[in-house]
Design a protein around this ligand. Structure first.
Ligand code: MF3
Ligand code: CO
Length: 257
């Protein structure tokens, strides 16, 4: 279902997504060689709860943690573990959701650990730029395909792969609402974007082949060729005067400097 939100509801969604941004910043500060993804998950869960929200990934369709933390060849939905120890040169995608005041927040960011290769650095930059280009298309009168094509055309011009098995989504009282927001598609196709829609745009981009494998833990998605993948996610409200990004990457990036 697609639900259009009032201005008041959009502000509650913004509160959630600002908390998600602050939580991503808090986790990002702790991403150092030697930390486990389980420790990072605990930091996120404590932070979310101490701000009066619930980590809405926990228990979602049986998901066992507050965050999804996906390292290197893991694309999304990596389950935090005592056995996954962060090391120099890794890339770490953190995706998390909050629930408070009846609404959800949902955003993701890929962090670099120390010095990473120039090729991987470019993968992160291009994936983030693709998110910005997709977001610029999130306006009244456009269609979902305008967002999808903006993401796909940009990343494929670098030879990267667009993961097709997963997509963005509407965001509201439920974590996943309509419409689906694929990261590939054709301009002018798909559902019409209307004032009051709130959507998550979340390119999942691979350095090599776009083929992925679903691990037997029931959640983790990794690249088949085990090359790295990046994932950034914004929640965006579609307003009369254009896209209104509810996530604040500035909070995350200022805390890294
Ligand atoms: N943020 C993720 C998404 O939109 C939600 C993960 S749900 C979980 O796909 F159950 F995996 F946590
Ligand atoms: Co999402």
């Amino acid at each position: 279902m697609i639900y259009l939100k009032t201005d008041e509801e959009i502000e509650l969604l913004r509160e959630n997504n600002i908390l998600v941004s602050k939580t991503l910043a808090e986790v990002g500060r702790h991403i150092k060689p030697g930390v486990t993804t389980k420790q990072l998950d605990k930091i996120a869960e404590d932070f979310i709860r101490s701000h009066g929200a619930i980590p809405s990934c926990l228990g979602y369709e049986g998901y066992p943690a507050a965050t999804c933390i996906s390292v290197n060849e893991q694309v999304v939905h990596g389950i935090p573990s005592d056995n996954i120890v962060i090391k120099e040169g890794d890339i770490v995608s953190v995706d998390l959701c909050t629930f408070m005041k009846g609404f959800n927040g949902d955003s993701a960011y890929t962090f670099a650990v120390g010095e990473i290769g120039d090729d991987v650095r470019q993968l992160l930059e291009v994936t983030k730029e693709a998110l910005y280009r997709g977001t610029a298309q999130a306006k009244v009168g456009n269609r979902v395909g305008d967002i999808s094509a903006a993401v796909q055309d940009y990343v494929e011009s670098f030879g990267y792969g667009v993961v097709r098995e997963l997509e963005g989504h509407g965001l509201g009282r439920k974590m996943h609402e309509g419409p689906g927001i694929p990261n590939y598609g054709l301009r002018g196709r798909g559902p019409l974007l209307k004032e009051g829609m709130v959507i998550c745009i979340e390119p999942m981009i691979t350095m090599g082949s776009r083929a992925v494998v679903f691990e037997r833990d029931g959640w983790t998605v990794r690249t088949r060729d085990r090359k790295p993948a990046a994932h950034y996610e914004f929640a965006v409200a579609i307003r009369k005067d254009g896209p209104d990004v509810l996530t604040d990457f500035g909070i995350i990036e200022n805390s890294l400097n």
